[in-house]
Design a protein around this ligand. Structure first.
Ligand SMILES: Cc1cc2nc3c(=O)[nH]c(=O)nc-3n(C[C@H](O)[C@H](O)[C@H](O)COP(=O)(O)O)c2cc1C
Length: 208
């Protein structure tokens, strides 16, 4: 199916076949492809925390407003951004890896690494949070498209208590939780949704 078709047909699905399992190989392959999404300076900050322990899912349920997809979907994933990805060591290591793979020469390696280090150096925690939100969101949408292409249904969720989720899962402040994604085989189609007419959302040169 084309990307256009997936986007036209995809709906957020809220009811899942709880007995359906997605293999870890399939999940890994979806994540591997999603990780090719564009990301700032290629620092690769997105982390995919898969929650497959039913006890944990049951603990998450009440802090996610009892949204049944939390326990019914085959996979529940917490999409995280890793603040440590901004560390100089990570940036240098990633650019060295590209150099060792023969993707660019030493001078481009150093140029790219230094540009990235300088770009993040003076950013506030709020700025870095926005950087992570951008990267994790692009990875999330890529994952959703891939999962739908593979025949699964999905829903993104921000309807949960972030602090309680981090407590339950012992997620430290090193990570920013951006959203949950549930994936599986839907038992009930997502309701149809409207979108603004395109002329209402496109502006040229100015917006007020
Ligand atoms: C960041 C984000 C968070 C969302 N959180 C929830 C949620 O907690 N519960 C829910 O039922 N739907 C949630 N949704 C789904 C939206 O309600 C849905 O995408 C929107 O109504 C459009 O419907 P569609 O995806 O079926 O086209 C979320 C979507 C996004 C992008």
């Amino acid at each position: 199916m084309s990307v256009k078709n997936i986007l036209e047909k995809r709906r957020s699905v809220r009811h899942y076949d709880a007995s359906y399992k997605i293999s870890s190989e399939k999940l890994s392959s979806l994540v591997e492809s999603a990780s090719k999404a564009p990301n700032g300076n290629n620092i690769q900050a997105t982390r995919y925390l898969i929650i497959d322990n039913p006890d944990l899912r049951n603990l998450i349920l009440p802090i996610a407003f009892n949204q049944q997809q939390v326990i019914e979907a085959s996979t529940l994933m917490v999409m995280l951004g890793d603040y440590q990805a901004f560390d100089k060591e990570n940036i240098i290591e990633i650019h060295e890896e590209g150099f060792q793979a023969g993707y660019y020469d030493e001078s481009l390696r150093d140029y790219l690494a230094n540009a990235a280090i300088n770009y993040y150096k003076h950013k506030s925690k709020e700025d870095l949070k926005l950087e992570l939100t951008r990267d994790v969101s692009l990875a999330s949408m890529s994952f959703i498209l891939l999962a739908n292409e593979a025949g699964f249904d999905t829903i993104t969720m921000s309807g949960y208590d972030s602090k309680k989720l981090k407590d339950i899962l012992h997620i430290s402040d090193r990570y920013l939780d951006v959203m949950l994604i549930a994936v599986g085989k839907g038992t009930k189609a997502g309701h149809k949704t409207v979108r603004h007419d395109v002329n209402k959302i496109i502006y040229r040169n100015e917006i007020s």
